[in-house]
Design a binder for this molecule. Structure first.
Ligand code: F0G
Length: 361
């Protein structure tokens, strides 16, 4: 038997790039973990797709591998993006590997520490924009249209071509079956669109008979897609000043909203909001019950799961896959703030014995 998981290029026939030019860091092939500690309590069959295990710690690496491969094919010299953090971290790494220039525009003061460290350390030119993500994206799009750089936000369709492999892998991980439902956080709305594309390609190819209900979760303070879903509309009203502890999805005008809404409606799926408190409590639950450490935005999928089971939207016995999109170390500040401080002690056995807590069963 083979004990090594294959990376996402296992599905290279489905990827529209020159296979001789692939720029890869061995992305994809991420863990698919059955989570009975949480699932059994909810009366469902729960799996978690752990995208924090990608090379730079988020699902963005799948899209960047394809996007940078295309940039190399096209012969561009400089790539760029606006980002709430993860896209910039990933782009910086893949651009470095391909020897391309890299410019990233980040909303000033709103990017988690780990992501900022990555973008800087991989050698990107980091521009801290006085404004939010939506404003930074508008600016970088203009720069791209002027020919200053090749844009690698998820408006670039090659990004979605990479991220659709999450859909491929979920089907593959389940033994070539579709789950009943896929739940994931929605920010700029590229990933839900990409996963639906992957699922639909496998469906058309005849690999699966059914397709899952695509279920998008947004933070209450940044939920234009959920608002549109509630009204049954195909248009969003952009949120002017989006706000949430989950800075990765602090987005008011998601570019791929139309594709996302189509995915949700076509799949008979759902969209729901969660509060910051629900996000932080789900993040802790996943870390402490299942041993899976994710950043706040990723925990929105778990928070959404809990809420939808509670509301009766999710039926007992459903087979649910939650995609957790980024690693806990991306945002160490939030993790530390949510934990109890270490106890300072002398290396003295009596003192140590008096303070240690054993788990008694
Ligand atoms: N989860 C994480 C950890 C993210 O970083 C993002 C998006 C999302 C979920 C939402 O995915 O935008 O495809 O709907 N982060 C982008 C960035 C915006 O710049 O890193 P989406």
């Amino acid at each position: 038997f083979s004990c090594r998981r294959q990376n996402m290029w296992k599905y290279r026939e489905f990827m529209p790039v020159d296979p001789s030019k692939i720029v890869s860091l061995d992305e994809g092939g991420t863990p698919f973990v059955r989570c009975d500690n949480i699932g059994r309590k909810l009366g469902i069959e729960l799996y978690v797709k752990v995208e924090g295990s990608n090379p730079t710690g988020s699902f963005k690496d799948r899209g960047m591998s394809v996007g940078i491969t295309k940039a190399v094919e096209l012969g561009v010299d400089t790539v760029g993006c606006a980002s709430t953090g993860n896209t910039s971290a990933s782009l910086a790494a893949y651009a470095a590997r391909a020897g391309l220039g890299c410019v990233v525009l980040l909303p000033s003061g709103k990017v988690a520490l780990g992501k900022l460290a990555q973008a800087m350390f991989h050698g990107a030119q980091v521009l801290s924009v006085r404004g939010n993500f939506d404003e930074a994206l508008e600016a970088v799009t203009e720069l791209a249209l002027m020919g200053e750089l090749y844009l690698l936000n998820s408006v670039n369709p090659f990004r979605l071509e990479g991220q659709k492999t999450i859909g491929f892998e979920i089907v593959d991980d389940l033994g070539w079956e579709s789950p009943d439902r896929i739940i994931l956080p929605v920010g700029n709305a590229g990933n839900i669109s990409a996963i639906w594309k992957g699922i639909s390609e496998f469906h058309r190819a005849g690999f699966i008979d059914e397709r899952p209900m695509m279920t998008g979760i947004q933070a209450e303070g940044a939920a234009p897609v959920v608002e549109a879903f509630r009204k049954g509309k195909m248009e969003i009203d952009p949120v002017k000043n989006p706000e949430t502890v989950a800075t990765a999805i602090r987005i008011g005008a998601p570019v791929s909203y139309l594709k996302a809404l189509r995915a949700i409606y076509e799949s008979d799926g759902y969209a729901e909001t969660v509060t910051d408190e629900e996000i932080l409590s789900a993040q802790k639950l996943l870390a402490r019950r299942e041993g899976i450490g994710v950043e706040p935005a990723s925990a929105a999928s778990i928070a959404g799961l809990l809420k939808l089971v509670d509301e009766g939207v999710i039926d007992r016995g459903e087979r649910v896959v939650c995609v957790v999109t980024g690693h806990v170390l991306k945002d160490p500040d939030t993790a530390i703030r949510a934990s109890t401080e270490p106890v300072e002690v002398e290396p003295d056995i009596d003192q140590l014995r008096s303070v240690i807590r054993r788990k008694r069963t």
